[in-house]
Design a protein around this ligand. Structure first.
Ligand code: ADP
Length: 309
């Protein structure tokens, strides 16, 4: 199926609609689909051809729950059309940090975000920014597949309908399912309940559902931890196929997975304060290959070699 020609979200095309939704200051984001591809340069590795473009800039970010920091001092850039993995032991703030990339922490009572989270150079927490619009641009897939109790078709159509997106819904559904490598498996049963799918298919459906609203970034919080190895392999293949069009951030407890799919990795650890409070810190952020084979910090080396858990 061909790419949709008109991929501008409805409210960006129609200022009146945007005004009604309180989007006086739209996020200035170019569509991931509309960018011209760089011409191929023979013999030069891709990474050396294109300057790395940051989609997020994190500057001294701290997220607290009830004024106690869960993770602090986080500063690194997240690259466009890259897969960035967040790894580290349980409780080091990986989920907390990924949630602050689409303002999901806004929904948690007592959660506060300090420091600067830039998205395409704009302050994601600026007063003009509409959190609903942010969550549309920056989709999220969770640990446990969470399809709605609806048909496969209606799961995908839900977001575009709620957002009043124009265009042929059948095409939107087919495009999203095709991008999520699910179309061939479900095209003959689109009207059946999504709960009849396997766990791996349900997770790809959730990815398709995120894609249907034409996001820019997909955040994945342990997307494979409830899946068998074959389904995990399919999601990993899918991530690699999606990164040409989207930027992906993944939290994973599976170091092999981070090593297989990601371009960049941030390794977090937990620091214990004198009053026994645990706070997550970034130990090292680097190219994944470097972080796993030649890390700068001995704590990273101990973790990636399995000496500490
Ligand atoms: P990770 O994803 O690395 O396992 P989390 O981000 O889930 O770590 O948790 C980091 C810290 O924040 C933990 O101490 C956890 O108990 C705390 N935390 C996480 N979510 C909440 C919440 N909703 N309310 C209060 N504390 C939380």
């Amino acid at each position: 199926m061909s790419e949709p020609q008109d991929i501008e979200p409805a409210e960006r095309r129609d200022p009146e609609q945007r005004e009604q939704r309180g989007l006086s200051q739209p996020l200035e984001v170019r569509s991931p689909h509309g960018d011209a591809k760089s011409p191929a340069v023979e013999g030069v590795p891709e990474a050396e051809r294109k300057p790395r473009e940051a989609i997020f800039g994190l500057h001294d970010v701290m997220v607290s729950y009830n004024k106690k920091p869960a993770v602090r001092g986080v500063s690194f850039d997240i690259g466009k059309n890259e897969i960035t993995a967040l790894i580290g032991p349980s409780g080091c703030g990986k989920s907390t940090l990924i949630r602050c990339l689409n303002r999901m922490n806004d929904l948690i009572p007592g959660a506060t975000v300090e420091g600067e989270v830039l998205y395409h150079g704009q302050n994601l927490y600026g007063p003009q920014i509409d959190a609903v619009e942010v969550r549309k641009r920056i989709g999220m897939v969770f640990q446990k597949p969470n399809p709605f109790p609806k048909s496969i078709y209606d799961n995908i159509a839900f977001g575009p309908r709620v957002l009043g997106m124009k265009g042929d819904m059948d095409e939107t559904v087919e495009s999203a399912l095709t991008h999520a490598a699910l179309w061939d498996e479900v095209k003959d049963r689109l009207k059946t309940n999504a709960f009849g799918m396997s766990g791996g298919q349900q997770q790809r459906l959730c990815i398709a559902r995120a894609l249907a609203v034409e996001p820019d970034v997909i955040l994945m919080d342990e997307p494979c931890s409830a899946l068998d190895p074959i389904s995990t392999g399919k999601i990993e293949d899918l991530m690699l196929s999606l990164k040409d069009e989207y930027s992906i951030v993944i939290v994973t407890h599976n170091m092999q997975q981070a090593a297989r799919v990601s371009d960049k990795t941030a390794f977090f650890t937990v620091e214990l304060s004198e009053d026994e409070h645990r706070t997550g810190r970034v130990v090292e952020f680097a190219d994944t290959e470097k972080l796993f084979t030649n890390p700068d910090d001995p704590r990273t080396e101990a973790y990636v070699t399995g000496k500490v858990g």
